[in-house]
Design a protein around this ligand. Structure first.
Ligand SMILES: [Zn+2]
Length: 264
């Protein structure tokens, strides 16, 4: 898989002796979690994994070189059963995903490290990442953190409809890939579907509300796209990737320096 992670920040490029020399208490390890799943007619299966790697790699480049912050190899396979029925989607169950991340957390704790970030760029993993972050804290005493997608970047210029319901293979994901791996984007094959409309709000929402319905992509979007990739440009992809990676870098710095407050 193509990578933007600087070699000096790639944990798996170290020897065990180099790992042994890292300051255990301070070192911050980042475990990317993503997916290999359909992304419409126009984007590759690895879209979420590539975006994770692009944003994390650019973020790590921004950090002061002396800080011991490393990227672990990604967990590429995620819980993608919302995209089952589309050829190429490779999904693991919630139980498998939780077990893999738990076992990696156990190995990290056994190596003496204390601080782990779960950096997730696939929506189907989000609730599992929340669960396992707390479990790793409780079971192994790891100081765990969660970090998602573009870490709250603003994406200036994206329409309210796309902002609310551009869930998958829409404008932002397409722009990131037009910037990072334009050779993998099939520009003549854009399609568009929306799961809901901001101008016709319903009581039941697809997610993130107090009353939601569980959805499968094949019920809503025959092409596999949830959003509209048509306005995406490489220029916006570069601008948004820079903004997002700056926010990811800020979040990593805050995690590196985090000291929990103790009640009086
Ligand atoms: Zn995606």
């Amino acid at each position: 898989m193509k990578t933007w992670i600087p070699d000096s920040r790639n944990f798996a490029y170290l020897s065990w002796k180099q790992v042994d020399q890292l300051p255990r208490e301070q070192t911050l390890l980042v475990l990317p979690t993503a997916a290999i799943e359909q992304h419409g007619h126009h984007l590759p299966l690895a879209t979420d994994t590539l975006i994770n790697n692009l944003l994390l790699g650019k973020a790590l480049e921004r950090l002061p070189t002396e800080l011991p912050i490393f990227a672990l190899p990604p967990v590429c396979y995620g819980k993608s059963n919302e995209h089952i029925g589309f050829p190429g989607t490779l999904s693991v169950s919630a139980q498998t995903f939780l077990a893999v991340v738990r076992d990696l957390g156990a190995s990290i704790a056994a190596s003496g490290f204390k601080k782990l970030v779960l950096y997730n760029t696939h929506g189907g993993n989000t609730s599992l990442v929340d669960v396992i972050a707390r479990d790793l804290r409780a079971e192994f005493g790891l100081r765990t953190f969660t970090l998602f997608g573009s870490a709250g970047a603003a994406f200036e210029g994206v329409s309210p409809q796309e902002r609310a319901y551009g869930f998958h293979a829409g404008e932002v994901e397409t722009a990131f890939l037009l910037h990072g791996v334009p050779e993998l984007v099939h520009r003549s094959e854009f399609t568009s579907n929306y799961i809901a409309r901001v101008d016709a709000p319903e009581l039941l929402k697809p997610e993130g509300s107090s009353a939601n319905f569980a959805w499968l992509t094949k019920d809503i979007a025959p092409s596999g796209v949830l959003g509209n990739p048509a306005p995406a440009t490489a220029e916006n992809g570069e601008k948004w990737a820079n903004e997002a990676s700056a926010r990811v870098a800020d979040a990593l710095l805050a995690m590196f320096h985090f000291e929990p407050h103790h009640g009086a």
